[in-house]
Design a binder for this molecule. Sequence first.
Ligand code: FES
Ligand SMILES: [Fe+2]
Length: 318
Amino acid sequence: MQGEQLAVFRGQDGQAYVVDAYCPHLGASLAAGGRVVGNCIECPFHGWQFQGEDGKCTRIPYAEKVPDFASIRTWPSCEVNGMLLVWYHREGVGPTWAVPEQREVATQEWVFRGQTKHLVDAHIEEIPENAADAAHLDFLHGTAILGGSDLRYSKSRLWEFMKHRWKGEWCPEPEPNEHCSQLLLLHSTSIFGKHIPALDLKVSVRQVGPALVFLILEHAFLGRGIILQSVTPLEPLLQKVVHTIYYQKNMPAVIPKFLLRAECLQFERDITIWNNKQYLPKPLLVKEDSSIQRHRRWYGQFYSQKGTGLPAQEGLDW
Ligand code: FES
Ligand SMILES: [Fe+2]
């Protein structure tokens, strides 16, 4: 939803509302000095008030009558898993699926343990496509996290005694969840060639729609939790990525903090690749890369039908 300016507010009814930022009267931004009055937002310029629910203008302080057609655009939104999510469709079609609630987050069995934010200079599809790229797992993410995220040094001989192994296969979900896909990642670590079972981690990755990923972490004795990843396009080749971790309340906070740090360190290795790579509409793939092609077909559903052609040709239209 690059290029859209929105104002988000919580009404007195506790409900969060998302409306266009620019007031239809003379264009002031409701997001800069607007005030919540009941379940309305009041423009800071001349005091027009708009209802969060349907955008209708309910009051113009100096006018005798509020014209029927005076209203502001509202955006479908929902609050789930501690996030406020906005539905965007290029042709204005309303929501066709909902984001599931993670029970443990809703019941506060798992609690907030940290958040990271990254800006990535890449085509929107690069980040989700990573899930279907099995071959990069061992090559890019196999070197010990001790080696850090700077690719000039991460492959240093110094860290060769420690290796991460990843096993995982990506697949789309059947109807009615065709907007979702799954990846079960089994992570193991070896030190001097010896597998250390205490460092095994199971990560069930579920992509829900084009911009949201649930990563459920399970460790034999360090408990369970979730990393939520969101990708928001700010400009055609600029994505904002947020990772938020919720983890079992009864586990020391240092565990989820370490897991989030480790995740982000691996993610930053991908970022170095993304920030410098090119998006290839027709990549040169071998048989073992076939899930990348399947991922492209699957992700194609999120591009506008009325676009100028294939997603790859449309390229920068996001
Ligand atoms: S610009 Fe918003 S009330 Fe006039
Ligand atoms: Fe990756």
